[in-house]
Design a protein around this ligand. Structure first.
Ligand SMILES: Nc1ncnc2c1ncn2[C@@H]1O[C@H](COP(=O)(O)OP(=O)(O)OP(=O)(O)O)[C@@H](O)[C@H]1O
Length: 659
């Protein structure tokens, strides 16, 4: 035992026999609890208690959704403090470390110190420590070096803050710890503020996610912060009942209840009317939206008259359709190449750009051939992982019996028929890069369970090996199925769905894309470059392409253009050079061949392109286009006639007009 450990034990023994210490009162009280309630002997040095995998998994699964919501906050906090030598732990309400981020180069030292996934930091096991004492007291605190009870832990400095659920029960503890730190405890003051602030953010994110279909009321004491960083968040149902709150709001509401003369029960806030606390009814919430100046959004507590500045968020059903945000102009190059000016793509790619360098799993949805893998590759190429492998896995094509070996690899001689040198496994191949799980919705249930384990633990255990290998992968999954329906039908694991859908990016079908011409021209130009040939689409070929519904999406377009390139002889691709299925869809009167288009002036031509795009977006439903453009159907018909656009019915029957 080292000298400083012996001195520490002396201090603990003195404290246990009633002699005062110069410690903070929260630490002194915890030492007393350790001796009197937890029966911990100060003289005994304990090894950290690290739960076996199976038990850890049970703890993680019990709070899967919470972990998923917390992940972004956890990673952001880690990035803030990693350079200062801290590791980050997220524990459940029992003190078991269910998420951990640390520098893997210090693995052994961290594990020996108990800074590891699965470590149990509850006070009855570990003695006074940041997580355990935070659980015991409900307070954020720093447990610095010799504040720890167990002399094993005295090199550590640990700072923890509680995270409460939407009803005020402890849900988790956020902790940052370092193996080395300056001696004065004050050196950790900023760490404490930072951890408290992130704990509050994670708490609010969880609340907003859980009550995303309800009214949310955010409140701040100052108008300047009401929209930026509101301290108090309350969820309210359509009947005006309070159904959730963050911990700051809970404390505030309790204080307010205590002021009320009737001496109401201060323990229960959930279920009470908003108007019990505020001079406010649920019907007032719409006028507190952020479109109004903040100074007009003041609300008062009923009992104390205390003013607060509010911002309300309406449940989705009441929100008017949001304006489509344009993609940021500074998109990374690989993402710029994916689309031109299609609003739906701008939204998807704009979101993807913000997420390229997060650890968050992405789920790309869309009909077959819409470019899900293409987008995943672009995200990878735009990320800091670009120099590492992008490993696609076709989940539907992996035979169930081989899936474990293919994904996780195996050691030499792991089973009869195994390759002599063993196999690395696709997950390990993607280490440092991106694992692309294509057709994830078609994966058999039993394989989903195994995959879930890798995603939860970020480590793989190849067949025939006893110790897992940590892997650093970014997971992007894709599916053409509706996974929510698959989950409801019991064909897809709900927990896996939550692991994968850090963000969902839904690609529009090609028939709805307004950048169709840009895509076709770009693909053609690329092909021409590689063939050293110059060829363009004629107006009537373009027209025929516009009229097709593209069930095979981008893949079908590529095939059609390749076919046309092979068949066309001159510098123009004519309608007759297109594959039969596409040419056949264009059988109307001779409404838009090249010679008529020549008579249409340039302004009309761009008006025509816009109208065609609108028609395609609404599947050629004239009434829907008229509604979208705010005109009546006859106006659309008139424009179509003027711009020489045939309706679907005309094309299929040769009729003169009408739809
Ligand atoms: N923006 C684009 N520009 C050029 N080519 C594209 C674009 N998007 C997709 N493609 C091409 O279209 C084809 C189909 O794309 P991809 O394989 O990414 O679609 P998918 O949605 O993953 O298909 P599936 O559902 O069948 O797995 C590929 O050859 C791809 O390179």
């Amino acid at each position: 035992m080292r000298e400083e450990q012996a001195a520490h034990i002396d201090e603990l023994v003195r404290a246990a026999s009633g002699l005062g210490t110069r410690r903070d009162s929260i630490i002194e009280e915890s030492w007393r609890r350790c001796v009197n309630q937890h029966n911990l002997d100060p003289v005994v040095l304990r090894d950290p208690c690290i739960l076996p995998h199976q038990r850890l998994r049970e703890h993680q699964e019990a709070m899967d959704e919470f972990l998923h919501t917390a992940r972004f906050g956890v990673e952001t906090l880690y990035r803030e403090v990693a350079g200062l030598g801290y590791v980050l732990l997220l524990t459940d309400a029992k003190g078991v470390t269910v998420d951990f981020i640390g520098d893997p180069t210090f693995d052994n030292n961290l594990m020996r110190a108990g800074l590891y996934l699965g470590a149990d930091w509850n006070e009855p096991h570990a003695g006074t420590c940041a997580v355990g004492t935070c659980i015991a007291t409900g307070e954020a605190l720093v447990v610095h070096q010799t504040d720890h009870f167990d002399a094993t832990h005295i090199p550590l400095t640990c700072t923890a803050a509680p995270i409460y659920d939407a009803r005020g029960s402890l849900a988790a503890v956020l902790d940052i710890s370092a193996l080395r730190s300056p001696e004065p405890k004050e050196s950790q003051h900023l760490a404490l503020q930072l951890v408290k602030s992130f704990a509050r953010k994670i708490e609010s994110a969880h609340l907003l996610n859980r009550f995303r279909r309800e009214w949310i009321l955010k409140l701040a004491p100052s108008p300047e912060f009401a929209d930026v960083d509101p301290a108090y968040v309350i969820a309210v149902d359509g009947a005006g009942r309070i159904i959730g709150f963050n911990n700051e709001a809970r404390r505030l509401l309790i204080r307010e209840l205590e002021r009320q003369p009737a001496g109401l029960d201060t323990r229960t806030i959930a279920g009470r009317q908003l108007s019990d606390f505020f001079e406010l009814e649920v019907d007032d919430l719409p006028r507190l939206g952020h479109a109004r100046p903040v100074t007009q959004r003041m609300v008062r507590f009923r009992a104390s008259g205390l003013p607060l500045f509010a911002q309300s968020l309406a449940p989705p059903a009441r929100v008017s359709a949001p304006a489509v945000p344009a993609a940021p102009p500074d998109l990374p190059k690989p993402l710029q190449a994916v689309f031109h000016d299609d609003p739906a793509m701008a939204q998807v790619v704009g979101r993807a750009a913000k997420l390229v360098n997060t650890q968050m799993s992405l789920l790309i949805c869309g009909e077959t051939g819409t470019g899900k893998e293409h987008l995943a590759k672009a995200i990878h190429a735009a990320s800091g992982r670009a120099a590492k492998p992008f490993v696609p896995v076709n989940c539907a094509a992996l035979p169930e019996t081989l899936i474990e070996g293919e994904l996780f690899g195996y050691e030499a001689g792991a089973f009869t028929g195994a390759a002599a040198k063993g196999k690395r496994g696709l997950v390990s191949e993607a280490d440092g890069g991106t694992l692309f799980l294509d057709e994830i919705g078609d994966m058999p249930l039993s394989s989903q369970t195994r995959l879930l384990r890798v995603l939860a633990e970020r480590e793989v255990t190849p067949l025939g090996r006893s110790r897992p290998i940590p892997v650093n992968i970014r997971v992007i999954a894709a599916t053409h199925r509706d996974l929510v329906t698959e989950v409801k039908g019991g064909r897809f694991r709900e927990d896996l769905y939550f692991r994968l859908n850090g963000a969902i990016l839904t690609l529009p079908p090609l028939r709805h894309r307004t950048d169709f011409d840009w895509l076709a021209d770009r693909i053609l130009a690329e092909r021409c470059r590689s063939l050293s040939r110059r060829i363009e689409l004629s107006a009537d070929a373009r027209e025929a392409l516009h009229a097709h519904s593209w069930p095979g999406n981008m893949r079908e377009l590529l095939n059609a253009l390749d076919y046309a390139l092979a068949v066309a002889c001159g510098p123009l691709i004519g309608r007759e050079d297109l594959p039969d299925g596409i040419r056949a869809g264009w059988q109307g009167r001779d409404l838009a061949p090249a010679h008529i288009m020549q008579g249409v002036d340039v302004a009309a031509s761009s008006e025509r392109t816009r109208l065609l795009a609108d028609l395609r977006r609404h599947d050629w439903n004239i009434s829907a286009v008229a509604r979208a453009l705010g005109v009546d159907r006859t106006t659309i018909h008139r424009r179509m006639r003027r711009l020489q656009i045939a309706s679907l019915r005309e094309r299929s029957t040769g009729l003169a007009d009408g739809d």
